[in-house]
Design a protein around this ligand. Structure first.
Ligand code: NAP
Length: 356
Protein backbone atom coordinates (compact mmCIF):
# COMPACT_ATOMS: atom_id res chain seq x y z
CA UNK A 1 0.00 0.00 0.00
CA UNK A 2 1.11 3.51 -0.75
CA UNK A 3 0.96 5.08 2.72
CA UNK A 4 4.43 3.81 3.55
CA UNK A 5 6.34 5.98 1.09
CA UNK A 6 5.37 9.13 2.95
CA UNK A 7 6.38 7.69 6.31
CA UNK A 8 10.16 7.72 5.89
CA UNK A 9 11.94 9.86 8.43
CA UNK A 10 8.89 10.80 10.47
CA UNK A 11 8.80 10.59 14.23
CA UNK A 12 11.34 8.99 16.48
CA UNK A 13 13.59 6.28 15.12
CA UNK A 14 14.05 3.31 17.36
CA UNK A 15 17.49 2.84 18.85
CA UNK A 16 16.56 -0.80 19.43
CA UNK A 17 15.90 -1.21 15.71
CA UNK A 18 19.37 0.03 14.82
CA UNK A 19 18.03 2.99 12.83
CA UNK A 20 15.25 1.06 11.07
CA UNK A 21 11.75 2.47 11.62
CA UNK A 22 9.95 0.46 14.22
CA UNK A 23 6.28 0.21 15.07
CA UNK A 24 4.55 -1.37 18.02
CA UNK A 25 1.09 -2.89 17.57
CA UNK A 26 -1.23 -3.86 20.42
CA UNK A 27 -3.89 -6.26 19.18
CA UNK A 28 -1.56 -7.72 16.54
CA UNK A 29 -3.33 -11.07 16.77
CA UNK A 30 -6.66 -9.48 15.78
CA UNK A 31 -8.16 -8.78 12.37
CA UNK A 32 -6.77 -5.26 11.99
CA UNK A 33 -3.46 -6.06 13.65
CA UNK A 34 -2.69 -8.74 11.08
CA UNK A 35 -3.37 -6.43 8.12
CA UNK A 36 -1.44 -3.60 9.74
CA UNK A 37 1.60 -5.79 10.43
CA UNK A 38 1.61 -6.97 6.80
CA UNK A 39 1.36 -3.40 5.54
CA UNK A 40 4.17 -2.06 7.74
CA UNK A 41 6.45 -5.01 6.96
CA UNK A 42 5.87 -4.57 3.23
CA UNK A 43 7.13 -1.00 3.60
CA UNK A 44 10.30 -2.06 5.42
CA UNK A 45 9.33 -1.40 9.02
CA UNK A 46 10.44 -3.47 11.94
CA UNK A 47 7.23 -4.54 13.65
CA UNK A 48 6.78 -5.38 17.32
CA UNK A 49 3.60 -6.99 18.51
CA UNK A 50 2.21 -7.12 22.02
CA UNK A 51 0.74 -10.52 22.81
CA UNK A 52 -0.72 -11.77 26.04
CA UNK A 53 -0.22 -15.01 27.85
CA UNK A 54 -2.87 -17.63 27.10
CA UNK A 55 -3.15 -21.30 27.94
CA UNK A 56 -3.53 -22.11 24.24
CA UNK A 57 -0.71 -20.86 22.04
CA UNK A 58 -2.71 -20.90 18.77
CA UNK A 59 -2.50 -17.46 17.14
CA UNK A 60 -4.22 -18.38 13.93
CA UNK A 61 -3.53 -15.26 11.90
CA UNK A 62 0.08 -14.80 13.03
CA UNK A 63 0.89 -18.47 12.58
CA UNK A 64 -0.60 -18.94 9.12
CA UNK A 65 -0.25 -15.72 7.10
CA UNK A 66 2.87 -16.26 4.96
CA UNK A 67 4.21 -12.68 5.19
CA UNK A 68 3.96 -12.75 8.98
CA UNK A 69 5.48 -16.21 9.38
CA UNK A 70 8.38 -15.23 7.12
CA UNK A 71 8.94 -11.90 8.94
CA UNK A 72 9.06 -13.64 12.29
CA UNK A 73 11.62 -16.10 11.01
CA UNK A 74 13.69 -13.20 9.64
CA UNK A 75 13.43 -11.28 12.93
CA UNK A 76 11.57 -8.33 11.37
CA UNK A 77 8.41 -9.16 13.32
CA UNK A 78 8.95 -9.64 17.03
CA UNK A 79 6.34 -10.63 19.57
CA UNK A 80 6.52 -9.56 23.21
CA UNK A 81 4.49 -10.69 26.18
CA UNK A 82 2.62 -7.87 27.90
CA UNK A 83 -0.93 -7.15 28.96
CA UNK A 84 -3.12 -4.06 28.94
CA UNK A 85 -3.92 -4.85 32.58
CA UNK A 86 -0.24 -4.75 33.59
CA UNK A 87 1.42 -1.32 33.63
CA UNK A 88 4.93 -2.54 34.32
CA UNK A 89 4.94 -4.74 31.21
CA UNK A 90 3.72 -1.83 29.05
CA UNK A 91 6.35 0.58 30.39
CA UNK A 92 9.14 -1.95 29.88
CA UNK A 93 8.02 -2.64 26.31
CA UNK A 94 7.69 0.99 25.25
CA UNK A 95 11.03 1.85 26.92
CA UNK A 96 12.84 -1.01 25.16
CA UNK A 97 11.42 -0.39 21.68
CA UNK A 98 10.87 3.38 21.61
CA UNK A 99 8.66 2.88 18.57
CA UNK A 100 8.31 5.62 15.98
CA UNK A 101 4.65 4.65 15.77
CA UNK A 102 2.38 2.83 18.17
CA UNK A 103 -0.97 1.46 17.01
CA UNK A 104 -3.22 0.69 19.94
CA UNK A 105 -5.79 -1.80 18.63
CA UNK A 106 -6.10 -4.18 21.58
CA UNK A 107 -9.02 -4.49 23.92
CA UNK A 108 -12.23 -6.37 24.59
CA UNK A 109 -14.13 -5.21 21.51
CA UNK A 110 -17.20 -7.44 21.33
CA UNK A 111 -20.36 -5.47 22.18
CA UNK A 112 -22.54 -8.28 23.49
CA UNK A 113 -19.63 -9.67 25.52
CA UNK A 114 -19.13 -6.20 27.02
CA UNK A 115 -22.55 -6.53 28.72
CA UNK A 116 -21.41 -9.82 30.19
CA UNK A 117 -17.90 -8.61 31.14
CA UNK A 118 -18.36 -4.87 31.77
CA UNK A 119 -15.57 -4.56 34.33
CA UNK A 120 -13.05 -6.45 32.20
CA UNK A 121 -14.05 -4.36 29.19
CA UNK A 122 -13.41 -1.15 31.17
CA UNK A 123 -10.09 -2.55 32.44
CA UNK A 124 -8.69 -3.46 29.03
CA UNK A 125 -10.33 -1.04 26.62
CA UNK A 126 -10.55 1.96 28.97
CA UNK A 127 -7.84 1.77 31.62
CA UNK A 128 -5.56 -0.20 29.30
CA UNK A 129 -5.42 2.87 27.05
CA UNK A 130 -4.54 5.09 30.02
CA UNK A 131 -1.72 2.73 30.99
CA UNK A 132 -0.35 2.76 27.46
CA UNK A 133 -0.56 6.55 27.14
CA UNK A 134 1.34 6.88 30.43
CA UNK A 135 3.95 4.40 29.23
CA UNK A 136 4.49 6.53 26.12
CA UNK A 137 4.49 9.83 28.00
CA UNK A 138 7.09 8.60 30.49
CA UNK A 139 9.32 6.53 28.22
CA UNK A 140 8.99 7.56 24.57
CA UNK A 141 7.14 10.88 24.21
CA UNK A 142 8.16 11.29 20.56
CA UNK A 143 6.20 8.14 19.62
CA UNK A 144 3.21 8.75 17.36
CA UNK A 145 0.21 7.11 19.01
CA UNK A 146 -2.89 5.79 17.21
CA UNK A 147 -6.05 4.76 19.07
CA UNK A 148 -8.71 2.61 17.42
CA UNK A 149 -11.90 4.37 18.53
CA UNK A 150 -15.32 3.32 17.27
CA UNK A 151 -18.58 4.65 15.84
CA UNK A 152 -20.22 3.03 18.88
CA UNK A 153 -19.18 6.12 20.88
CA UNK A 154 -22.08 8.01 19.25
CA UNK A 155 -24.70 5.60 20.62
CA UNK A 156 -28.06 6.21 18.97
CA UNK A 157 -26.57 9.07 16.94
CA UNK A 158 -27.88 12.59 17.32
CA UNK A 159 -27.32 13.19 13.60
CA UNK A 160 -26.76 11.25 10.40
CA UNK A 161 -24.17 10.95 9.00
CA UNK A 162 -21.85 11.10 11.99
CA UNK A 163 -18.73 13.27 11.97
CA UNK A 164 -15.90 14.01 14.38
CA UNK A 165 -18.22 16.62 15.98
CA UNK A 166 -21.22 14.32 16.62
CA UNK A 167 -21.97 14.18 20.40
CA UNK A 168 -20.66 11.16 22.30
CA UNK A 169 -23.50 9.14 23.87
CA UNK A 170 -22.47 5.48 24.35
CA UNK A 171 -25.15 2.87 25.05
CA UNK A 172 -23.04 -0.21 25.81
CA UNK A 173 -20.07 -0.90 28.14
CA UNK A 174 -17.66 -1.31 25.21
CA UNK A 175 -18.55 2.11 23.81
CA UNK A 176 -18.38 3.71 27.27
CA UNK A 177 -14.85 2.35 27.68
CA UNK A 178 -13.87 3.66 24.23
CA UNK A 179 -15.26 7.12 25.10
CA UNK A 180 -13.06 7.12 28.20
CA UNK A 181 -10.06 6.07 26.08
CA UNK A 182 -10.77 8.74 23.46
CA UNK A 183 -11.21 11.50 26.02
CA UNK A 184 -7.93 10.53 27.69
CA UNK A 185 -6.13 10.50 24.35
CA UNK A 186 -7.34 14.06 23.78
CA UNK A 187 -6.20 15.05 27.28
CA UNK A 188 -2.72 13.63 26.66
CA UNK A 189 -2.49 15.36 23.28
CA UNK A 190 -3.43 18.69 24.79
CA UNK A 191 -1.74 18.50 28.19
CA UNK A 192 1.52 16.81 27.18
CA UNK A 193 1.78 17.56 23.47
CA UNK A 194 1.82 13.89 22.48
CA UNK A 195 1.32 13.15 18.78
CA UNK A 196 -1.79 11.16 19.68
CA UNK A 197 -4.58 10.53 17.16
CA UNK A 198 -7.78 8.54 17.06
CA UNK A 199 -9.46 6.90 14.12
CA UNK A 200 -13.20 6.83 14.76
CA UNK A 201 -13.65 3.55 12.98
CA UNK A 202 -16.99 2.44 11.60
CA UNK A 203 -17.53 -1.30 11.15
CA UNK A 204 -14.93 -2.97 8.99
CA UNK A 205 -14.86 -6.57 7.99
CA UNK A 206 -12.89 -9.17 6.10
CA UNK A 207 -12.34 -12.89 5.91
CA UNK A 208 -10.12 -12.44 8.99
CA UNK A 209 -12.96 -11.10 11.16
CA UNK A 210 -13.52 -13.02 14.39
CA UNK A 211 -16.01 -15.86 13.95
CA UNK A 212 -18.43 -14.49 16.56
CA UNK A 213 -19.03 -11.21 14.68
CA UNK A 214 -22.25 -11.04 12.68
CA UNK A 215 -20.80 -10.47 9.21
CA UNK A 216 -18.40 -13.39 9.51
CA UNK A 217 -21.21 -15.55 10.90
CA UNK A 218 -23.37 -14.69 7.90
CA UNK A 219 -20.63 -15.27 5.30
CA UNK A 220 -19.64 -18.52 6.95
CA UNK A 221 -23.26 -19.63 7.39
CA UNK A 222 -24.14 -18.95 3.75
CA UNK A 223 -21.10 -20.89 2.55
CA UNK A 224 -21.69 -23.85 4.86
CA UNK A 225 -25.41 -24.04 4.06
CA UNK A 226 -24.60 -23.97 0.34
CA UNK A 227 -22.33 -26.97 0.84
CA UNK A 228 -24.90 -28.88 2.92
CA UNK A 229 -22.88 -28.55 6.15
CA UNK A 230 -25.61 -26.76 8.11
CA UNK A 231 -29.27 -25.95 7.53
CA UNK A 232 -29.98 -22.81 9.53
CA UNK A 233 -28.23 -19.63 10.57
CA UNK A 234 -29.30 -18.14 13.92
CA UNK A 235 -29.07 -14.36 14.28
CA UNK A 236 -30.27 -11.89 16.92
CA UNK A 237 -31.80 -9.28 14.61
CA UNK A 238 -31.89 -8.22 10.97
CA UNK A 239 -32.85 -4.57 11.21
CA UNK A 240 -29.76 -2.60 12.39
CA UNK A 241 -28.08 -0.63 9.65
CA UNK A 242 -24.30 -0.32 9.69
CA UNK A 243 -21.61 1.44 7.75
CA UNK A 244 -19.39 -1.43 6.61
CA UNK A 245 -15.93 -1.05 5.09
CA UNK A 246 -13.18 -3.47 4.14
CA UNK A 247 -10.62 -3.84 6.96
CA UNK A 248 -7.49 -3.26 4.79
CA UNK A 249 -8.96 0.09 3.66
CA UNK A 250 -9.43 1.14 7.29
CA UNK A 251 -5.92 -0.03 8.20
CA UNK A 252 -4.51 2.10 5.36
CA UNK A 253 -6.39 5.00 6.94
CA UNK A 254 -4.76 4.36 10.32
CA UNK A 255 -1.30 4.71 8.79
CA UNK A 256 -2.30 7.83 6.90
CA UNK A 257 -3.58 9.41 10.11
CA UNK A 258 -0.22 8.90 11.84
CA UNK A 259 1.50 10.33 8.75
CA UNK A 260 -0.35 13.66 8.96
CA UNK A 261 1.48 16.89 9.69
CA UNK A 262 -0.59 17.52 12.83
CA UNK A 263 -2.25 15.07 15.23
CA UNK A 264 -6.03 14.95 15.01
CA UNK A 265 -9.00 12.58 15.09
CA UNK A 266 -10.69 11.29 11.95
CA UNK A 267 -13.82 9.35 11.08
CA UNK A 268 -12.98 6.42 8.78
CA UNK A 269 -16.14 5.11 7.13
CA UNK A 270 -17.68 4.15 3.80
CA UNK A 271 -20.48 6.72 3.96
CA UNK A 272 -23.12 4.06 3.14
CA UNK A 273 -25.30 2.09 5.52
CA UNK A 274 -26.82 -1.33 4.92
CA UNK A 275 -29.00 -3.50 7.15
CA UNK A 276 -28.02 -6.89 8.50
CA UNK A 277 -30.85 -8.18 6.31
CA UNK A 278 -29.18 -6.71 3.23
CA UNK A 279 -25.91 -8.36 4.25
CA UNK A 280 -27.74 -11.69 4.54
CA UNK A 281 -29.54 -11.24 1.21
CA UNK A 282 -26.30 -10.43 -0.58
CA UNK A 283 -24.29 -13.23 1.06
CA UNK A 284 -26.88 -15.92 0.35
CA UNK A 285 -27.36 -14.68 -3.22
CA UNK A 286 -23.60 -15.17 -3.73
CA UNK A 287 -24.22 -18.89 -3.25
CA UNK A 288 -27.49 -18.98 -5.17
CA UNK A 289 -29.77 -19.17 -2.09
CA UNK A 290 -32.55 -17.09 -0.52
CA UNK A 291 -31.62 -16.11 3.05
CA UNK A 292 -35.32 -16.23 4.09
CA UNK A 293 -35.21 -20.01 3.74
CA UNK A 294 -32.34 -20.36 6.23
CA UNK A 295 -32.02 -17.43 8.65
CA UNK A 296 -33.72 -17.89 12.03
CA UNK A 297 -34.16 -15.07 14.55
CA UNK A 298 -32.90 -16.24 17.93
CA UNK A 299 -33.24 -14.09 21.09
CA UNK A 300 -30.07 -15.69 22.47
CA UNK A 301 -28.04 -13.52 20.10
CA UNK A 302 -29.97 -10.28 20.71
CA UNK A 303 -28.27 -7.41 22.56
CA UNK A 304 -29.96 -5.69 25.54
CA UNK A 305 -29.98 -2.45 23.51
CA UNK A 306 -28.76 -1.76 20.01
CA UNK A 307 -28.14 1.20 17.71
CA UNK A 308 -30.59 1.60 14.81
CA UNK A 309 -28.19 3.02 12.24
CA UNK A 310 -24.59 4.18 11.92
CA UNK A 311 -23.35 6.03 8.88
CA UNK A 312 -20.07 7.92 8.88
CA UNK A 313 -18.95 11.03 7.06
CA UNK A 314 -15.25 10.60 6.34
CA UNK A 315 -15.06 13.98 4.62
CA UNK A 316 -12.35 15.30 6.95
CA UNK A 317 -10.08 12.30 6.22
CA UNK A 318 -10.73 12.74 2.48
CA UNK A 319 -10.04 16.48 2.47
CA UNK A 320 -7.02 16.57 4.80
CA UNK A 321 -5.42 13.17 4.17
CA UNK A 322 -6.73 12.07 0.77
CA UNK A 323 -8.09 8.86 2.34
CA UNK A 324 -11.00 7.08 0.66
CA UNK A 325 -12.19 3.47 0.98
CA UNK A 326 -11.76 1.38 -2.17
CA UNK A 327 -13.94 -1.70 -1.58
CA UNK A 328 -17.70 -1.13 -1.50
CA UNK A 329 -20.42 -3.16 0.22
CA UNK A 330 -21.29 -5.65 -2.55
CA UNK A 331 -17.65 -6.51 -3.19
CA UNK A 332 -16.94 -6.83 0.53
CA UNK A 333 -19.70 -9.40 1.02
CA UNK A 334 -18.58 -11.30 -2.07
CA UNK A 335 -14.95 -11.34 -0.80
CA UNK A 336 -16.04 -12.73 2.55
CA UNK A 337 -18.28 -15.44 1.11
CA UNK A 338 -15.66 -16.46 -1.46
CA UNK A 339 -13.06 -16.82 1.30
CA UNK A 340 -15.39 -19.11 3.27
CA UNK A 341 -16.09 -21.20 0.17
CA UNK A 342 -12.39 -21.46 -0.61
CA UNK A 343 -11.73 -22.69 2.92
CA UNK A 344 -14.49 -25.29 2.68
CA UNK A 345 -13.71 -26.46 -0.84
CA UNK A 346 -9.92 -26.35 -0.74
CA UNK A 347 -7.77 -25.52 -3.76
CA UNK A 348 -9.37 -28.19 -5.97
CA UNK A 349 -12.87 -27.74 -4.62
CA UNK A 350 -16.15 -27.40 -6.41
CA UNK A 351 -16.59 -24.24 -8.47
CA UNK A 352 -18.59 -21.44 -6.83
CA UNK A 353 -22.04 -20.69 -8.28
CA UNK A 354 -22.10 -17.83 -10.79
CA UNK A 355 -21.97 -14.31 -9.39
CA UNK A 356 -25.35 -12.65 -9.02
P1 NAP B 1 -10.18 -8.08 17.33
O1 NAP B 1 -10.00 -8.93 16.12
O2 NAP B 1 -11.24 -8.41 18.32
O3 NAP B 1 -8.77 -8.03 18.11
C1 NAP B 1 -8.67 -7.58 19.44
C2 NAP B 1 -7.22 -7.68 19.87
O4 NAP B 1 -7.08 -7.21 21.23
C3 NAP B 1 -6.69 -9.11 19.85
O5 NAP B 1 -5.38 -9.08 19.32
C4 NAP B 1 -6.65 -9.48 21.34
O6 NAP B 1 -5.68 -10.42 21.65
C5 NAP B 1 -6.27 -8.14 21.94
N1 NAP B 1 -6.52 -8.05 23.38
C6 NAP B 1 -7.72 -8.15 24.01
N2 NAP B 1 -7.54 -8.01 25.33
C7 NAP B 1 -6.21 -7.81 25.55
C8 NAP B 1 -5.40 -7.61 26.72
N3 NAP B 1 -5.93 -7.59 27.94
N4 NAP B 1 -4.06 -7.42 26.57
C9 NAP B 1 -3.52 -7.45 25.33
N5 NAP B 1 -4.22 -7.66 24.19
C10 NAP B 1 -5.56 -7.84 24.31
O7 NAP B 1 -10.42 -6.55 16.92
P2 NAP B 1 -10.29 -5.85 15.48
O8 NAP B 1 -11.55 -6.11 14.73
O9 NAP B 1 -8.99 -6.15 14.88
O10 NAP B 1 -10.35 -4.32 15.92
C11 NAP B 1 -9.17 -3.63 16.27
C12 NAP B 1 -9.55 -2.43 17.10
O11 NAP B 1 -10.43 -1.59 16.36
C13 NAP B 1 -10.26 -2.76 18.41
O12 NAP B 1 -9.81 -1.89 19.42
C14 NAP B 1 -11.73 -2.47 18.11
O13 NAP B 1 -12.41 -2.08 19.28
C15 NAP B 1 -11.60 -1.34 17.13
N6 NAP B 1 -12.73 -1.23 16.21
C16 NAP B 1 -12.99 -2.29 15.38
C17 NAP B 1 -14.08 -2.20 14.52
C18 NAP B 1 -14.39 -3.31 13.55
O14 NAP B 1 -15.43 -3.23 12.89
N7 NAP B 1 -13.53 -4.31 13.41
C19 NAP B 1 -14.89 -1.05 14.48
C20 NAP B 1 -14.57 0.00 15.35
C21 NAP B 1 -13.48 -0.11 16.20
P3 NAP B 1 -6.02 -12.01 21.77
O15 NAP B 1 -5.79 -12.57 20.40
O16 NAP B 1 -5.04 -12.48 22.78
O17 NAP B 1 -7.45 -12.15 22.21
Amino acid sequence: MGAGAGLVGRGAVSAAAGGRRSALITGITGQDGSYLAESLLADGWEVHGLVRQASVMARTRLDTLPALVEARQAGRLKLHYADLCDSSSLHALVRAIEPAELYHLAGQSHIKVSFELPEYTAETTGLGTLRLLEAVRQNAPATRFFLAATSEIFGEPAECPQTEATPLAPINPYAAAKVYALNLLRVYRRAYGLFACAGILFNHESARRGENYVTRKIARGAARISRGLQRELHLGTLSPRRDWSYAPDIVAGMRTILGAAEPSDYVLASGESHSVEEFCARAFSCVGLDFRDHVVLDPEYARPVDITETRGDAGKAARELGWRPKVRFEELVRLMVDAELAELDGPDGAPCPPRS
